[in-house]
Design a binder for this molecule. Structure first.
Ligand code: TYD
Ligand code: MG
Length: 467
């Protein structure tokens, strides 16, 4: 590229274009391409000769391994999601929708760490000192030694956090407000965010301080300039939740120092976030015991079982094309289940609207929920409530067979703990817990499920007639 020539960078995916275009060729988004200085203004001036490289010592793969030194926050759900606490010298990105509670969570973490004698610096680029203090007061965090700065300039922040004793943890809230003198692009652009984050990561690696970066997610579900930041940091956590519900989930999507399938569950109260150590109780809390279309799914989140209610409503449509609406599950997966029900079980849903909801605003990503969803759909269509003390799990294949899933024992144990005495699970499931009081019924295929529910209908009818 010719010296000094600007390039055009998509703010969504980071693709560079040689000229301005309305639609990014990389991600297909409209109006996301912005003119930027190609080198971010760093070292791109004329007359700069690259310095000669210095050889570094090569070592073998074998050798002593040091456990990553971690800083435990004492907030169990947060420590669980990070894989045991923040790692010194690492950078963590915490993303989430604006207003979901990122600043609240980090202020609580900062206060907890500070109480344990750690030196914590909280840099707020979005709120004034007074606002942060107000929140701290609300969280009962104002009597701690957390150090506060309201600053957005990268060089000033580095100078501030580099002064005096090394901080144990630095929180930058948020990366979108960072701007550096060395980058000529406007604040908030990919170049600025990238430059700022790079500088913060360098600080973390050099000093051994843990760095927590807050990033907002745009409505498309991405942090502005996200791709470029996600791969730079050591761990990426997303703080999710539904505005209409109180609980929030901290989900790990990348972690160089720990597992990526763990979640931390919190509940937003008027005094900040409260830990939820038993999520199933929370998700089942508002359960309407016996209603057609309501089924309890025994799911897993990482190493932890989570019971959640799946609700379906199947009703005759008044539209030419029936509606399919899903909240908390994959709509493609719902279409698949509907197709299997039609093809293999003779359940016709072409004239019915189908609504599927996962209670509490929770999101299921496991295919193991297939059986629970199918049961909810058939139950709603038949207008028959299923047993309230039964949990369901199993994956449905295109042939209509129900496949075993992992962690059978853990799912069943959690169900028993919460008072469920029955389960419908795939035939051939390994690791069935022995000697438990529960009634576990194995099922081979979806047609069996439909027959079971239809069978319960005739059973119910007979009971009605008896009365
Ligand atoms: P905040 O942490 O500012 O969100 P983010 O940093 O992700 O943008 O949280 C904002 C919301 O949380 C706001 O709607 C108010 C609510 N909240 C409570 O319900 N209780 C509390 O104790 C606090 C501090 C905030
Ligand atoms: Mg905030």
């Amino acid at each position: 590229m010719a010296k000094g020539r600007t390039q055009f960078v998509c703010q969504n995916c980071g693709t560079t274009h040689s000229r301005w275009v309305g639609k990014c060729e990389g991600c297909g988004e409209w109006n996301t391409v912005v003119e930027e200085d190609p080198m971010g203004g760093i070292g791109s001036g004329p007359g700069k000769v690259p310095k000669k490289g210095r050889p570094v010592a090569l070592t073998a793969l074998s050798g002593e391994i040091e456990e990553a030194p971690r800083i435990h926050t004492g907030i169990a759900e947060l420590d669980r999601a990070t894989g045991g606490g923040f790692v010194r010298g690492s950078a963590v990105l915490i993303g989430g929708d604006p207003g979901i509670g990122k600043s609240t969570l980090l202020m609580q973490a900062a206060a907890a760490l500070s109480r344990h004698g750690h030196r914590i610096i909280y840099v707020s680029g979005e709120e004034a000192v007074a606002q942060v203090r107000l929140r701290a007061q609300r969280l009962q965090a104002h009597q701690t030694d957390v150090l506060l700065a309201a600053e957005t300039n990268v060089e000033d922040i580095l100078a501030t956090i580099g002064e005096g004793k090394r901080p144990d943890l630095v929180i930058i809230d948020s990366i979108q407000t960072l701007w550096s003198d060395t980058a000529e692009a406007a604040p908030g652009t990919v170049t600025q965010v990238r430059t700022g984050v790079q500088a913060m990561i360098r600080f973390a690696k050099q000093t051994g301080a843990a760095m927590v970066l807050v990033g907002h997610v745009t409505k498309e579900g991405q942090i502005a300039g996200p791709r470029v930041v996600e791969h730079m940091v050591d761990a990426v956590l997303y703080f999710e939740g539904d505005r209409g519900h109180h609980y929030r989930i901290l989900r790990t999507v990348k972690n160089r120092f720990g597992p990526t399938d763990e979640i931390g569950v919190f509940e937003m109260s008027d005094k900040g976030l409260r830990e939820v150590s038993n999520p199933s109780e929370l998700f089942l809390g508002e359960r309407n015991e016996k209603a057609p279309g309501a089924v309890v799914f025994a799911g897993m989140e990482g190493t932890r079982p989570v019971l959640v209610e799946v609700q379906a409503l199947v009703a005759p449509t008044s539209l030419g094309t029936p509606r399919r609406a899903v909240v908390g599950w994959d709509s493609a997966r719902l279409s698949m289940i509907l197709a299997v029900l039609e093809a293999h079980c003779g359940v016709r849903l072409g004239q019915h609207d189908v609504y599927l909801n996962v209670a509490g605003g929770y999101r299921i990503s496991e295919p193991a929920a297939d059986l629970a969803v199918a049961s909810a759909l058939v139950s709603s269509l038949a207008g028959l409530a299923l047993p309230a003390d039964c949990v369901y799990f199993g994956e449905v294949s295109l042939s209509g067979a129900i496949r075993p899933v992992a962690h059978t024992a853990q799912r069943l144990k959690e169900a028993e703990k919460l008072g469920f005495s029955q389960a419908l699970l795939p035939a051939g499931s390994a690791e069935l817990p022995k000697g438990t009081g529960g009634r576990w019924s194995e099922i081979e295929g979806l047609p069996d499920l439909v027959a079971r529910i239809a069978g319960s209908k005739s059973a119910l009818k007979r009971e009605d007639e008896d009365v």
